[in-house]
Design a protein around this ligand. Sequence first.
Ligand code: FAD
Length: 225
Amino acid sequence: MGTILIQKETTPDPISLIGREAGVCWGADITDPEKNYKRGMGCLTSGHGRTWEYPQVYVVMDGYSARVFREFYTHIAGGPSRLQASTRYIDYETGFAYVTPPKVEKNEEARAVYDGAMADITSALQKLEALGIPREDCGMLLPLGMESKVVLRTNLRNLIDMSHQRLCTRAYWEYRDLMRDLMEGLSSYSQEWNTLVDSYFVPKCDVTGFCTEAKSCGRRPKKEA
Ligand SMILES: Cc1cc2nc3c(=O)[nH]c(=O)nc-3n(C[C@H](O)[C@H](O)[C@H](O)COP(=O)(O)OP(=O)(O)OC[C@H]3O[C@@H](n4cnc5c(N)ncnc54)[C@H](O)[C@@H]3O)c2cc1C
């Protein structure tokens, strides 16, 4: 199971920060915390998206699959910065942790096949290492299911947009779990983040009011309906 660590560099008061930054441009009194919060909420409810890019999020995501991080990397809005655990410097020849999908976990026979394949990869890595093949070349064998770690810096707007895609029932199950873990981590980081997650981190059908996917889960009616 993956873990989320919201780092202390994350903006503690995202709503108030939005209000302060917007207030500068409106010639407002930005020394009043109550007015800043109210102004910040106004920017959010009015959909003034650029202001949502002020709150920064620094997070360590650990123990999720390399596969889910591959999908994570497609979210490029806001120029996020990301570093991922190296497959060149970390020694995986002694074995590697991997994610087991719940449907495999529940099926004893499938579990044996799955674990067996992972053990075979570890064994092949060891044989290649013994043959003097450099680690960066052995790493080609590492599976997408292996656990990895990413250090991310992004902003509120990027995460809200991501939630619309990745809370969709049609999204990959591990990404939905990761998204919910992120939301839980942010919610407990501060009260203002809790408010934002409650109000703005929703699947895209909650934004549009109808389902935009070709194959609908039925949570919302299709537009045509
Ligand atoms: C059910 C489902 C199935 C999927 N299947 C696949 C799949 O098979 N393969 C796959 O690769 N992905 C798949 N995805 C992921 C998806 O297609 C996107 O790649 C992913 O959501 C990230 O792109 P994005 O535009 O949503 O986010 P971001 O890149 O973070 O962009 C967010 C928003 O910023 C704006 N923006 C970003 N870049 C630009 C730009 N250059 N110019 C102007 N505006 C910009 C746009 O308004 C955009 O909506 C799937 C997602 C779902 C929910």
